[in-house]
Design a protein around this ligand. Sequence first.
Ligand code: PEP
Ligand code: MN
Length: 337
Amino acid sequence: MLIVMHHHANQAQIDLVLAAVEAMGLKAEPIPGSLRTAIGVLGNQGYVDDSTIRTLPGVRETIHVSKPYKLVSRDFHPAATIVEVAGVRFGDGERPVMIAGPCSIETESQMLAAAEQVKTAGAQMLRGGAFKPRTGPHSFQGLGIEGLKYLQQAGQVSGLPVVTEVMRIEQLEVVCRHADMLQVGARNMQNFDLLKEVGRSGHPVLLKRGMSATLEEFLAAAEYIVAEGNNRVVLCERGIRTFEKATRNTLDLSVVPLICEMSHLPIIVDPSHATGKRALVPVMSKAALVAGAHGLMVEVHPDPAKALCDGAQSLDGGSFAGLMTELNGLIDYLKTG
Ligand code: PEP
Ligand code: MN
């Protein structure tokens, strides 16, 4: 439930409402606004009887929120959240963040070369998977902890903060030690125990949309992380499963402006997994920025033909540099236009 105070309500009246909510055994979260204060009510399992609250001085109205997410919604938190990852800032008013790097960490030299290429091209963050959620058990499963070391080293040499996927709770500690940002992959978007632990870690999180998740389920997954006191969450649209087989997934770009309306969290787009085809990555990258994405995550490999994973959707260093030139022009145009 959301309690909206009159614009003339004073602090004593607000405090009275906060006390009344606490007395009901619920948690009250004041949301100061430029015009009026609202108070978010959390912790209820079902309908909240608002008959007492509505009669308190200074209360304008109460709004019952039946959505499975509150903390991530604009209703509860109108101001945009800026998520900072080792100096890189995601969110409204910030220049879109470019994350790039290989699908999988393969060797030390591959990671160093990829980092050098994406850094030179102007990316602000480096990606690479050490624990890979592969569809089949016979595919390359990732280098594990050895890979995390190569990623961290490549991040340090290039000066780029790094993001990598954590698949299980047991991996969380070691991934936190090696990476600036945790990625929760599409297949784990509804692994609620993992989401809770990732929330408790306090580490910045890149939460990818499940391939069959509705927008509401996506935001509810983010709610699990924020409910643990960690609001450093960046959402990532990476395509959803539809009947269409021409692309690996179907990039659902309309969620970008929708999420900007519904949630205060930043949203970025992964055109690589969304399309599965390197030829489509540049145009869908541009479309994502036009739709309002706060950044992109693009797979880049020094030699895509030899990649152990997702080579067909990976750009080489030169193509990525060319794309970055185009994207920078587009970003400048969108800023002034
Ligand atoms: C990835 O980004 O490495 C990945 C596996 O993507 P997704 O979880 O979106 O499939
Ligand atoms: Mn991949």
